[in-house]
Design a protein around this ligand. Sequence first.
Ligand code: ATP
Length: 198
Amino acid sequence: MRIRRLKLSGFKSFVEPAELRIEPGLTGVVGPNGCGKSNLLEAIRWTMGESSPKSLRGGGMDDVIFAGTATRPPRDFAEVSILLERDADENSAAGESEVTRRIERGTGSAYRIDGRDVRAKDVSLLFADAATGAHSPALVSQGKIGAVIAAKPVERRLLLEEAAGISGLHARRKDAEQKLRATEANLARLGEMLNDQE
Ligand code: ATP
């Protein structure tokens, strides 16, 4: 899976709609201090489902919305879209998908995949299956290299599982276990009802 294009509007310092094409190969982002380089990486992680304001260098989720400057009023919403190029696998043919996350001030955020409303979980499964995501070691922000080196064994195992592409399986297993427990509870209740009728 490759990110081909990033579109931002109202996200942090990107107040005006901006579009970045990401060509195959190594991409570097250069610019003076404070011009928004880290904000670009945060936009990708946010769209992949990052839900911790702290890891987005904010106090609350609304802090990703352009907050205004001395000369510009704040925005009411932020929206970021990532265009992904998918490789073919056993379930689907190669193709493109656009993942969008939008947040409105005071009302929270919502996700779309190719224009369809989806749950946060659908987006995180999409990226987990592709062995990437908001916490992927492929996204290295400032100060993260030291954190990876100092990671505890459990954290290191999570990194390896993500790299091996099995994080999505874990999420599905948890779902399946919950459904199994609910079904077992239903069966037990049914058994009691049948006993009562005999
Ligand atoms: P450095 O090279 O110093 O690490 P950088 O290029 O990575 O800098 P960022 O940290 O991405 O820069 O951007 C910081 C800028 O983004 C600051 O000017 C800050 O005021 C601005 N910014 C962050 N959040 C918002 C927001 N919600 N609204 C408006 N501007 C914001």
